[in-house]
Design a binder for this molecule. Sequence first.
Ligand code: NAD
Length: 301
Amino acid sequence: MKKILIADPLSPDAMGKLESFPEFDVTVKSGMDEDTLVATIPDFHAAVVRGATKITSKVIDAASNLEIIVRAGIGLDNIDVEAAETKGIQVANTPAATSISVAEHTFGLMLAAVRNHGKANLSMKEHKWEKKALSGTEAYGKTLGVIGFGRIGQEVAKRALSFGMKVIAYDIIEVQTDLDAQQVSLEEVFAQADIITLHLPLTDKTKHMIKDKEFDSMKDGVIIINASRGGTVDEHALLKALESGKVRAVGLDVFEKEPPDEFELVDHPNVIATPHIGAAAKEGQKRAGMEVVSILKERLA
Ligand code: NAD
């Protein structure tokens, strides 16, 4: 019987399915730090994580029976993939499962930013009625610049097109798509976009891809949305651009440090912020969980 460690919670449907297989012995134990994991992991043939549990090289060293690590979600930032692969441990994830959840959340942040929903909500909770001060703009007719035109970027583009927006996109590769979106250079995105949304992985190349110089080349009053990875945008440069009015409003789901220990950005009145909940929708989590089950069924021999 193969022993599976669920180190971060999976959706109830996925748990039910996994536990229904007689060949699997499933243990749920979440919130483990490195030392606890090191002590726990030797028993298991498979480990399932989301974003919270860190599978470090020390954990991998201790994993004498581990055959596979599965991440329910996309990023593999919390797994030392190189150490795992060197030891012959497979690493898998579910990259497409939550794309719609994240795209919808991105769109929510964008609409909130253009219409001042964050400020309006706070103002109402102070029992104020500030109709004039809270006037915003429409998304209709505006140019959306999508940086990173992969799965989520394209889902966002689809929704923007249905809102009557013009979509331009920049990616490091030429993306094959039927969407009515022109693929342009990064400079053209900065020059033309009224709203810029990032859907990039965090790599050496994308770290601080948007900093002072890039903000300077954007339109005055541009809106920035980031539901990809904190660190793609230089947060200090973003704060400066907000303070100068170069950037009119910002929607953020991700931060350089999570949870943040500096709150100047979050506290800025023109920032609407959420705590990395882009993928946290029931349907997306169900899809991710069910994909994890299929991966384990197929690959855990
Ligand atoms: P994807 O791999 O489908 O798309 C990413 C795109 O970025 C690719 O087309 C790739 O070519 C492009 N890219 C990579 N490096 C680039 C560079 N230097 N310049 C320009 N383009 C570059 O990924 P996805 O599923 O669309 O996810 C996008 C991002 O969203 C990832 O960072 C992912 O971690 C993040 N994400 C966030 C949440 C959340 O909860 N907020 C949830 C899931 C995913």
